[in-house]
Design a protein around this ligand. Sequence first.
Ligand SMILES: NC(=O)c1ccc[n+]([C@@H]2O[C@H](COP(=O)([O-])OP(=O)(O)OC[C@H]3O[C@@H](n4cnc5c(N)ncnc54)[C@H](O)[C@@H]3O)[C@@H](O)[C@H]2O)c1
Length: 363
Amino acid sequence: MHKIAIIGCGRISFKHVEAITSNNELDFVAVCDVLKERAVEKADEYVKQSGKSAPEVFTDYKKLLADIKPDIVTIATESGYHPQITVDALEAGCHVICEKPMALSIKDADWMIETADKCGKKLAVSFQNRFNAPVVKTREALEAGRFGRMMHGMVQIRWNRNEGYYSQAPWRGTWALDGGTLMNQCTHGIDLLQWMMNSPVKRVHGVTRRYQRPIEAEDFGSAILEFEDGSVGMIEGTANIYPTNLNETLSLFGESGSVVIGGLAVNKFETWRFADSETIGDPEETVIDPDAKDPPSVYGFGHTALFADFADSIKENRKPMIDGREGKKALEIILAIYKSMKDGIPIDLPFEFSTTDMKKIFS
Ligand SMILES: NC(=O)c1ccc[n+]([C@@H]2O[C@H](COP(=O)([O-])OP(=O)(O)OC[C@H]3O[C@@H](n4cnc5c(N)ncnc54)[C@H](O)[C@@H]3O)[C@@H](O)[C@H]2O)c1
């Protein structure tokens, strides 16, 4: 049994409560938000869902770390606060699950990774869509070599985040605490694209815009990624789709396989064609379900699987599926898109950059 605590009880935290409730190896011992009523609400939610006793409520995470000494801390505060809280928790002896994006600069991501190494503790980043059923099946096909050489891939994130979304929490869309739609909404799709292309990114060409949302950062982003093996990735991401969320689609094209996963949030197969299955007369095999439903929210169901993988990684003393180094990859791509937009040139990796280097880019 691992003692676990949540730090940050806003919009996404119900997914953390759900993931804890459904895992018998996790014992929810403490919950913290600087706004006490939010922490109390999460404690109540847990009691209702699980029928177990309430976690202890805190408003100061350092006091929580000192008093409770949890085995695992899961962090769901504003993105800009992730690095300091993660490092404090690791140094207090906790394993850490951190919401995406893990940080807003290369330097902070490296600080978190190095601290986890130094403390001998595990660090995972919440890219829960890697656990979506079609994504898992596609990765299996990739690892089995069914795509052959990958040629190009594309991710489209065509969502709507309206003014109400931004006014609800003023940190959203700021360079200091969030970044724009690439960093907040599109980071999942960008992670999946780079994971499936399965080659390190070499060079990034980016163009971003702030069209209409009342924020500092971009509400539209586009990019071309050049991978080391010569394959190419394309990114189209926006928070401006009228009138509501349309789709998040990942398309992958290899020499001997084509897969498109669409739906609201990469949750439904649209195409599944492999040369090695054409011969058996069922080119789509059986994976395409025309009646497949979208999940109730774009967050999907992956947090539960991600928390389970994390608990197993402790038990089995192995890396979690998305450790700090894996979590940094999408961050690095997005920061390269930002820097490319700022400098007006393609960016070669590695490089140093922070969202705060983008201040006043759109004013
Ligand atoms: N994985 C996903 O699909 C997903 C979805 C949405 C949000 N997120 C990420 O989760 C994080 C939170 O997003 P949100 O929309 O829930 O934000 P939110 O503003 O709704 O909630 C953040 C909460 O953290 C609290 N907080 C801030 N500083 C704190 C501190 N020092 N100690 C304790 N609590 C503190 C705030 O009071 C607030 O209640 C962000 O990093 C975001 O990018 C991930």
